[in-house]
Design a protein around this ligand. Structure first.
Ligand SMILES: Cc1cc2nc3c(=O)[nH]c(=O)nc-3n(C[C@H](O)[C@H](O)[C@H](O)COP(=O)(O)OP(=O)(O)OC[C@H]3O[C@@H](n4cnc5c(N)ncnc54)[C@H](O)[C@@H]3O)c2cc1C
Length: 429
């Protein structure tokens, strides 16, 4: 049995294999085809949707986790698909390199993160898929293909955020930069003030985001900006106190209390929001972007046109004010510029991401359904790895290049060797 980090999905595959190279992946795909079994490679199981679930052959990524090479002149690195991002970060750092942008955590595999369109926040640089310049894939017939903007370009554009539907990714070539420092400034701010100053906060900062505490008008803002130095990391004690003890141990306790006494959640949120104090530190980029998240939750996230954000938040506030839900987890708001990746949630538009979380074991379906109606009315696109109920009909209308991507899928996987129930729902059977 395989299950996701959040416990939302389980798989009972016919068998599990851990191929240790591209040829072994190709052999596993061919063998599955001969037996009439479906195939999926999983990442670290950090999707909330059933994207990675299979009833056939589950390919584990553990044997595909090496750095293949660095092309200093081109400013790229090639990594095997199953390398965890945290290992990639260390490998890059040791060579004086870094990813330009990334999400909140770094335990996902490189391919797993890219395949669902994992993103952070940024004024100039978008999600991980936008940083991918080449991919090696094993297709349904067991053939190995390299693709990029100049080679098999339609396959490249469709399969970059491809949910594993186009083939098993065996390696990724990513654009990298010289290692850089980020100065992080975290500061509580009223939601009204954030919204009033939003254009300026977005324009003046390399990476701006905020966390809104439901049932309150309070947020915690984060501004990360590139600086020359010197590095001034948090002391080990402060780092442990804030990022481990308060953000995980105490936050877990607070959520347990809220689960036992939901009526107390608004008051708890007021205290939590006030307990935060401003802090500033400067550290290697990847240590600022990502931090440990040990408190388990379920999540939905939608990408909406950036200009729709104030109205979307106003509608969410109405839902929270209705008293129908008691939500202890902050709502996270991030931004990315438009990109050109066909199935990326930021395709063709300046994007705001709104993510809602609910502590494990608490009811979430009605809350997420109400939020989804708001996001859908704003022409939102659901994160492929986070809970939603949209199907192919809606998604085809939401993505201008959707049908072109599906034509590529018909060409490279006509028998749906890589399908599962989730892909049947979102891409069609
Ligand atoms: C605590 C937490 C924090 C998160 N933070 C963020 C965030 O900041 N930003 C954000 O955008 N998302 C975030 N996510 C979502 C997460 O980044 C995505 O769901 C991501 O896809 C998970 O990567 P994974 O390695 O666990 O892949 P999995 O969830 O295991 O797989 C994801 C998909 O990729 C496919 N896949 C994996 N490997 C391959 C391969 N080699 N070839 C083909 N297909 C493959 C799988 O079949 C599946 O369809 C977070 C999730 C959690 C639980």
């Amino acid at each position: 049995m395989w299950r996701t980090w959040s416990g939302t999905q389980e798989a009972r595959p016919r068998r599990i294999a851990a191929p240790s190279g591209t040829a072994a992946v190709a052999a596993a795909v061919r063998a599955a085809a001969e037996e009439g079994l479906r195939v999926r490679m999983v990442g670290s199981g950090h999707s909330f949707t059933g994207a990675a679930v299979t009833d056939g052959v589950l390919l584990s990524p553990t044997g595909l986790a090496r750095l293949r090479g660095v092309d200093a002149e081109a400013g790229t690195v090639t990594v095997e698909a199953g390398m965890p991002l945290c290992d990639l970060n260390e490998e890059l750092h040791a060579r004086g390199l870094a990813l330009a942008n990334m999400g909140d955590i770094a335990v996902q595999t490189a391919a797993g993160a890219v395949q669902t369109g994992t993103h952070g926040t940024g004024r100039d640089c978008g999600g991980l898929a936008e940083q991918v310049v080449g991919m090696e894939l094993v297709l349904a017939d067991g053939s190995v293909v390299e693709c990029s903007a100049d080679r098999e370009s339609a396959l490249f554009e469709a399969a970059r955020v491809g949910l594993g539907a186009f083939g098993v990714v065996t390696a990724l070539t990513l654009r990298v930069e010289p290692a850089f420092l980020l100065r992080a400034r975290e500061e509580p701010m009223r939601l009204e003030e954030v919204l009033e100053r939003l254009p300026q906060l977005r324009a003046e900062n390399d990476h701006f985001e905020f966390f809104w505490f439901p049932h309150t008008g309070r947020t915690n803002t984060k501004r990360n900006n590139r600086v020359q130095g010197p590095a001034e990391p948090l002391s080990p004690l402060r780092s442990w106190l804030d990022d481990e003890f308060l953000s995980n141990t105490v936050f877990e306790g607070v959520n347990r209390l809220g689960r036992r006494v939901p009526a107390a959640i608004p008051a708890i949120n007021q205290v939590s929001a006030r307990a935060l104090s401003a802090r500033t530190y400067t550290d290697a980029s990847y240590r600022v972007f990502a931090s440990p998240r040990r408190v388990r939750f379920v999540e939905t996230e939608y990408a909406v046109p950036a200009e729709a954000l104030p109205e979307v938040l106003a509608q969410i506030r109405r839902i929270l004010d209705s008293g129908r839900h008691r939500i202890g987890f902050p709502i996270e708001v991030r931004f990315t510029p438009a990109d050109r990746v066909w199935l990326s949630t930021a395709y063709g538009r300046d994007t705001a991401y709104v993510a809602a979380h609910v502590y494990r074991g608490m009811p979430y379906a009605d809350y997420f359904r109400e939020l989804e109606a708001v996001f859908t009315a704003a022409e939102g696109r659901p994160h492929w790895g986070k809970l939603h109920t949209r199907g192919r009909g809606d998604l085809s209308a939401a993505y201008p290049r959707f049908e072109e991507a599906m034509a590529v899928r018909d060409r490279v996987d006509p028998q749906r060797r890589f399908a599962n129930a989730y892909l049947d729902a979102v891409l069609g059977a």
